[in-house]
Design a protein. Sequence first.
Length: 366
Amino acid sequence: MILNNLKTITRVDKGLLLRHISGFSEQCQRAVDIAKACPNFSKPKKVQNIVILGMGGSAIGGDLLKTLFINECPIPIIVNRNYDLPQFVNEKSLVFAVSYSGNTEETLTAFKEVLKRKSKVVVITSGGRLEFLANRQKVPLVKIPTGIPPRAAMGYLFFPMIVFLQKWNIIENQTLNIIDTINAIQKLEEKYNSQKSTPGNCAKELAAKLHKKIPLIIGIENSTDVVALRWKCQLNENSKNLAFAQFYPELGHNEIEGWKGIGKFSKNFVGLFLRKSDESEDSIHRIDVIKSFLKNHVSEIIDVKEQGSSKLTQIFSLCHLGDYVSFYLSVLNKVDPTPVSNVDALKDKLRDQKRMVLKKSAKALR
């Protein structure tokens, strides 16, 4: 099998993405250490909401944070993927401005507006314009290492937020859960690494089942829904593979009607259910009913269960499996997973368009 050929894997992985995936446990520990070593940022007072500014791989950490603490944190957590800010963001908002490159246009625009509204801000970035503005405005800055695709830097982009929130007593202490999570990821890296052959390597086996298919990834609201989104994005960017994410129980109120329209193309789809390890009997029954609707419209249905004792460990273990699956699928698709040429081309066009608008505005003012 092609996935057991290390030479083929090396030949496809020109950008060395596997190096970042297989070193993820070290990245998570390093992220915690960096955040703890930051200057003693003053505790924000009277925080009414937490807002994470970000796009793409830089925003997924906010989604994870929201999912992990939605039932525990007394303060609302919002992820803002936009140039604009909601009206409620004000001086009582705690804002994490997250951009791996530091040059994300949407995040920079929203960050400037946050400063005007006098919110408490923490910047997480590897450099770029955002680092420059943070230093100029004397905004607390978490500087993370450069040279990593943003989607492979999730540990650096997520764990600093946990460190600060627990230090400020906004969430309960997560130290033991963080240690458990990092240890669990280390063990998974041993199970999923490229030298572990198929059969027996769950990540390679899943990638093989998804090869030449379109995954319909289904997560459970406020649990594995964020992982479903992460898998979709990783399959899009790493594997260059079309994939869709939907969430239960919402899909039972709309998407199941759309399955009727798949028709003769049903053999091209695979249903992938990301399951909780502690589902109640009622939940199991409801999901089985949903699967009974889907089974006639896809070529196969696959269940994948989270692992670990804490919610943090469970979510990160499932995300890590998805990272490996997306990488191995890129090998099967014979594409280097690192470049994102369409994304880069779109950014260039938007940048060019903005320059044209600014030039026209300047001419009009003369």
